[in-house]
Design a protein around this ligand. Structure first.
Ligand SMILES: Cc1cc2nc3c(=O)[nH]c(=O)nc-3n(C[C@H](O)[C@H](O)[C@H](O)COP(=O)(O)O)c2cc1C
Length: 340
């Protein structure tokens, strides 16, 4: 029984050769988990690790970190940043991991969780769960190439059978993974049905490395319940971190939250995006963020549709100020109709 969630989440956790201070981490989010968003998160703090957007193993060895849209970071976040890579060639994945280790990041994560059709068509991401031998060979090749922490993010597989997930988890552990991030949905499920948290418990009991549970944790009670029901070692938050970027500090440090934080966070992110990206890339990223952020408000779709029409960040700033002038009603949980 967890009486004190924040105290529990503040217990250090060993991952391979390193350790993290908090058991709540940012899940990898393509486009959304960009350098500017992570800088916003760093202003609130409260997390143990941040996962990057997924990066192609093919390009990582040649990327210029000051120009690349996703393979980039601020020096200050290096020690808490895990770079996620996708690919299907063990040697290519190993080479990418070596580059990441040489940059001094916390670790590397292998993406066996993305079920997006463009990714799976190329046999990347969750597609590799159909070929456990190849997936395991990738983990083993990366393990041989690097000594810093290696994590694997994966789903149940392509059939709803917990035995598949348990077998995969054991194989990833045997191949050298230092921790697992498990999102208990079958690969074809695009977050339409609830994740099967019970499977997280089965995976946790089957391995001796830390397991982070992931999927549909939207508030303190969800987080407590996931840990209690599954005994997972930590929790990875995806969409909720986008909707409420202070959630890590709220859950691990009991940060007090006021209504003004919503406008403040959105305006700060707009400014950070403008610092890190050119105007086109910045507005594209803000629009993706606005999809999840707007779900916080009753009638949030009015905010989202106005932001979608914004031509530049100046327009975004005006829209945000007008919207918050009306003191919008904030829902206790984001509206799930707008939160897919
Ligand atoms: C917009 C979006 C982008 C995502 N991008 C990635 C990704 O690049 N790599 C990955 O492993 N998972 C990705 N995911 C899955 C999340 O990491 C996470 O597993 C999923 O959102 C469930 O967690 P949540 O309920 O806390 O959001 C993405 C999810 C969303 C909604």
């Amino acid at each position: 029984m967890i009486y004190n969630l924040d105290e529990y989440l503040r217990q250090p956790l060993k991952i391979g050769s390193k350790s993290i201070e908090k058991r709540l981490v940012l899940a990898p989010l393509t486009i959304l988990g960009n350098i500017a968003f992570r800088e916003l998160l760093s202003q609130y703090g409260g997390y143990g690790l941040l996962f990057s957007e997924m990066c192609s193993a093919k390009t990582v060895p040649h990327e210029n970190r000051f120009v690349s849209p996703c393979f980039r970071w601020r020096d200050e976040e290096r020690s808490q940043l895990v770079c996620q890579i996708f690919g299907a060639d063990p040697l290519e994945m190993a080479k990418a991991a070596r580059r990441i280790e040489s940059e001094g990041l916390f670790g590397v994560d292998i993406n066996f969780g993305c079920s997006n059709t463009t990714i799976c068509r190329r046999n990347y991401g969750a597609a590799l769960l159909k070929d456990p031998d190849l997936a395991t060979a990738i983990v083993a090749a990366v393990r041989e190439a690097v000594s810093f922490p290696l994590t694997v993010k994966f789903r149940i597989g392509w059939r709803d059978d917990p035995a598949i997930a348990v077998r995969l988890a054991k194989r990833f552990e045997d191949a050298g993974a230092d921790a697992l991030i498990f999102h208990p949905r079958v690969a074809p499920d695009r977050r339409s049905r609830p994740p099967k948290w019970a499977y997280i418990g089965m995976v946790k009991r089957a391995v001796n490395i830390p397991v982070f549970g992931n999927g549909d944790v939207f508030d303190r009670d969800d987080c407590r319940r996931m840990i209690q029901e599954t005994e997972c070692d930590g929790v990875a938050l995806g969409r909720m971190a986008v909707a409420r970027p202070w959630i890590f500090a709220e859950l691990t440090e009991n940060m007090l939250i006021g209504p003004q934080m919503f406008m403040d966070a959105a305006i700060r992110l707009a400014r950070l995006l403008a610092v890190h990206y050119d105007p086109v890339a910045a507005i594209k990223r803000f629009k993706r963020f606005a999809f999840y952020f707007s779900a916080n408000f009753c009638f949030g779709h009015t905010l989202y549709s106005r932001i979608l029409k914004a031509g530049d960040m100046k327009a975004v700033d005006t829209i945000l100020k007008q919207f918050f002038e009306q003191a919008p009603d904030i829902s206790s949980r984001p509206n799930m109709n707008y939160f897919s």
